[in-house]
Design a binder for this molecule. Sequence first.
Ligand code: PLP
Length: 282
Amino acid sequence: MWVLYQNEFIKREDVHIDMEDRGYQFGDGVYEVVRVYNGRCFRLIEHTDRLVASASSILLNLPHTKEEINAMLEKLVQLNQLGTGYIYLQYTRGVAPRYHGFPESTTPVLTAYVKEKPIPEKMLAEGIDVILAEDIRWLRCDIKSLNLLGAVLSYEQAKKAGKEEAILHRNQIVTECSLANIFMIKNKEIITHPVTTMILNGITRRVTLELADKHGYIVNEREFTVTELLGADEVFATGTTIEVMPVVSIDDQPVGNRLPGTITKELQALFANERNSFETRT
Ligand code: PLP
């Protein structure tokens, strides 16, 4: 496997990460996960824009332009002959003696690799069971930072309960999932948490909202409560690798009749159409 390390494409075994890398010691860095369908990067520009915004939020000056990053990622996909899967990339603040304050000068460390991952057809058709969990993350969930302990612990809680995901809530307001955004549908209205510092503004969330809007669905970006969620007609989660994923039960309580809902399935079809026909725009 070819991986990207700084400006070079090298073999994975030739990557050497320093034990004083701030990503390793502080989680001091940002990352992205980009979907690749049939060798083509989906919404790459949006991902790179978000990466640059995350970096800027943690005052990290990236050593590459967006165009350079896009070109390197496309080359990585080609070198590995990736079909359908994803790219993982991260920048850390770099290597420096361990000290909380920013180092005077350090070069950010870029690593990226690709992985095959098919479209999860069976899950998309059947939906997933999830739990509810308190949102224990920090207050800048809009930054795609390497600090993922809150998400890791919530996700593990779901897995321990034999479920696929955790829907998070802060003081009874539903925010998102540990690795995805969350939507509820009530009386044909599609509702999701607004873009604030409490959620990551997912690229799949944006595509879903864009498609819903374009096709005349009623969309409302507003806060909603756990009680509203439990009374929803349909619920679905969105994310780069899970697309538009129906949620069929929450804490063992069925959502609707415990089958993927009608509007969810329509949105899945619109999303599938988008991913099958998109034009790359780099
Ligand atoms: N919310 C969180 C907390 C995430 O970690 C992710 C993806 O990793 C998402 C939402 C979905 O974002 P995207 O659609 O860009 O994958």
